[in-house]
Design a protein around this ligand. Structure first.
Ligand code: BJW
Ligand code: ZN
Length: 242
């Protein structure tokens, strides 16, 4: 038994809060591990509007490279276990910081992407969405106003999308089980959510091979990779409900 059976037996609204770690086993590098995306590139050099304005081609190329990696990746047993969870409890809200779209591709039905998506683009000036054709050479321009097209992710210093953030907070305060999976829990405001869940008296489980700033506040810390832990955890939850 890895979790309190009573909590599992009574869980009906579950929040799954995820970070880059859940996609690590799909071959997508996390941000802050020694071989992560930012071991080679500093976030302040690439993931902000000033970097894009200073050198749009360079930033665009980096995002195109990552978009291609993500398009070739497939959901792993961790993503699939979260889809399975929908068959066991009344409601599952997936709140993700990931920009890879893998929860949706896996089949989760209620996904909130707090940091946007590598697969979406929009005009920097008029915000009109832009569909990538694949024929672009360099940074495309907006057909409507001529502005530069930017990746649809949330850079440092930018606000999170309002609707997704509101849904995330609402799901957190109304859940009865909160899972924090594969996130270093250091990027705000997203990192507030597990702390908010604790403050609201929710049962919070963290799944991560490494301890984080949040670990000591969790009701239960399960050390391990999400692709290995989650399928077992879901099985346990299913049994607790029998
Ligand atoms: C496994 C595993 C396996 C491995 N299984 N687990 C002080 C100074 C400066 C700024 C700030 C500050 N305090 C707050 C801020 C603001 C800033 C912030 O939080 N900075 C912190 C770094 C301090 N936040 C913002 O700017 C946000 N906006 C904002 O606050 O707006 C208000 C504002 C307006 C104007 C001015 C100032 C503020 C926006 C944040 C947007 C973050 N965007 C990014 C980049 C997206 C685009 C892109 O992809 O390029 O989102 S940052 C990056 O970090 C990305 C991620 O979503 C996010 C979180 O990272 P995550 O997912 O936790 O990944 P890792 O790599 O850190 O951790 C992976 C974990 O997985 C590890 O724990 C591993 O152990 C584990 N793991 N394998 C399970 N198999
Ligand atoms: Zn435009």
């Amino acid at each position: 038994m890895i979790a309190a059976s009573e909590v599992l037996a009574n869980a009906s609204r579950v929040v799954v809060f995820t970070g880059a770690g859940i996609s690590q086993e799909s071959g997508i590098a996390t941000f802050r591990s020694p071989d992560g995306i930012w071991a080679k590139f500093k976030p302040e050099e690439l993931a902000n509007i000033n970097a894009f304005m200073a050198n749009p081609e360079r930033v665009w190329e980096w995002y195109e490279y990552r978009r291609n990696v993500v398009e070739d990746a497939v959901p792993n047993p961790g993503h699939l276990a979260i889809v399975e969870l929908e068959k066991i409890v009344d409601r599952v809200d997936v709140i993700t910081q990931n920009v890879d779209g893998l929860h949706t591709r896996a089949g989760s039905s209620r996904v909130y992407e707090l940091h946007g998506s590598l697969l979406k683009h929009r005009c920097l000036d008029c915000e009109t969405p832009y569909e990538i054709s694949g024929d672009e050479e360099g940074v495309p321009h907006c057909p409507k106003c001529g502005g530069l097209i930017r990746p649809g992710v949330v850079w440092f210093g930018e606000d999170l999308p309002e609707y997704e953030w509101e849904r995330a907070v609402d799901a957190t305060i109304n859940c009865d089980l909160f899972l924090s999976i594969g996130t270093s829990t250091i990027v705000y405001p997203a990192a507030q959510l597990p702390f908010m869940a604790v403050r609201e008296g929710k049962y919070v489980i963290e799944i991560n091979p490494e301890r984080t700033d949040f670990t000591r506040y969790a009701d239960l810390y399960i050390e391990g990779k999400s692709g290995e832990v989650l399928p077992k955890f879901i099985e346990e939850l299913r049994n607790a409900k029998k």
